[in-house]
Design a protein around this ligand. Structure first.
Ligand code: SF4
Ligand code: SF4
Length: 376
């Protein structure tokens, strides 16, 4: 049966950053949060085999599935490529997930983190066909995947697998044009194909919940009673084709704020979108390496350094003040042999002699190496 977006709550409860006590999930607090979320009329829960080292799924059983009728909520979980070596591992993990969660079917089931590296495992172990079989057996109601790759890879996967019913992507107003995430382009691809989207990181891991004072003042002047995080949530939830916006809620305050945003949800007006874009432009107004990606420098580099890609990672780190994604983008380049490490530069000067932007590439690569090279 097709997914009816009108039936789905706009706010989903992400179970990856749960409250903890003495090094374990704090079940009594989680139960209270589950109750508050359900009482507010919402019912989409998103977990995964690997969240909290497997304990998120177990906590779902205690806090949700033992305490509420099965048909009253939607439960989503995910199959991890990195825990599988053979086709038998698909059923082994799936059956373990049913047992851990205390259910006999999942409403939404995802291949976790489709991206370069994982996609080969999912294809090699025929996980797409397997997912469709599970759906035919009634063990999965809807089948899709979460995605962390490039727009080009997304189009390729969707071309080969038109059977996919939904896709989960990272999307927020700050990352719309982030060259490492490119969430605006991912959104356009899915929207043009009418594929419902589940959104993760709408508040960019909390970054968009707290902004510099001058930027917060702009939001407060427009909507004095609304939190800063609510602007990020409303921006994403107001887009066409969004099924659910996931928030990884880890405190009661955060949950109450999110519930408030969605129980009296107002789609974002055009004037508010313009304001968000203004705030974003000011946030991102940081000096960057002025590389235009013309790639004149790369052919002649004796060390095979993909200079513009490395600069892209550095710019993302500076602009978006984050480390994880630029570093994983960089290590992906190096491990796929698309580039040597920045530290491999032998300062021959070939690249600088051809760069139309006259960039001091050798010293910029030294800086990049300090920022990005994890191992010495
Ligand atoms: S200076 Fe470094 S980056 Fe530039 S061409 Fe030579 S080895 Fe490659
Ligand atoms: S030649 Fe200069 S501007 Fe062009 S890709 Fe290389 S570093 Fe960037």
């Amino acid at each position: 049966m097709a997914i009816d977006l009108k039936q789905m709550p706009k706010l989903g409860f992400g179970l990856m950053r749960l409250p903890e006590k003495d090094g374990a999930i704090d079940l009594s607090r989680l139960e209270e949060m589950v109750d508050a979320y359900i009482k507010a009329g919402m019912n989409y829960f998103d977990t995964a085999y690997v969240y909290h080292g497997g304990n998120s799924e177990k906590a779902v059983k205690e806090a949700l599935t033992k305490r509420y009728p099965r048909e009253s909520f939607y439960l989503a979980t995910k199959l991890p490529a990195w825990n599988m070596k053979t086709e038998d591992d698909r059923d082994r993990i799936f059956n373990e997930q049913l047992e851990r969660c205390g259910v006999d079917y999942f409403d939404f089931y995802l291949l976790h983190s489709v991206e370069d590296g994982n996609v080969e495992t999912y294809e090699g172990l025929n996980c797409f066909d397997w997912g469709i079989q599970k759906r035919a057996q009634g063990k999965i109601r809807h089948f899709g995947f979460s995605f962390h790759g490039s727009p080009e890879l997304l189009e390729k996967v969707l071309d080969v697998h038109p059977e996919v019913e939904f896709v989960q992507i990272q999307l927020n107003y700050a990352d719309w044009e982030n060259p490492v995430v490119r969430s605006g382009r991912l959104y356009e691809i899915l929207h043009s194909r009418n594929i419902p989207m589940i959104i993760m990181e709408p508040v960019k891991g909390g970054t968009l919940a707290k902004l510099p004072d001058a930027l917060e003042a702009k939001y407060k002047a427009a909507r004095p009673n609304d939190s800063i995080a609510s602007w990020a949530l409303r921006y994403t939830a107001s887009l066409d084709g969004i099924m659910t916006v996931l928030s990884g809620m880890s405190t009661e305050e955060q949950m109450q704020d999110n519930i408030g945003t969605f129980t009296r949800f107002e789609a974002m007006s055009e004037a508010e979108r313009v304001l968000v874009h203004e705030v974003r432009d000011e946030m991102l107004n940081v000096p960057q390496i002025g590389c235009t990606s013309c790639r004149y420098c790369t052919d002649g580099c004796p060390m095979g350094i993909s200079i513009p890609d490395i600069f892209r990672a550095v710019n993302t780190m500076k602009l978006y003040k984050e480390e994880f994604r630029p570093k994983s983008f960089y290590s992906g380049l190096v491990s796929a042999k698309k580039s040597a490490r920045a530290s491999a530069c032998i300062a021959c000067g070939q690249c600088e002699s051809v760069c139309p932007q006259h960039l001091p590439i050798i010293s910029l690569l030294k800086e990049a190496s300090e920022l990005l090279d994890i191992s010495a």
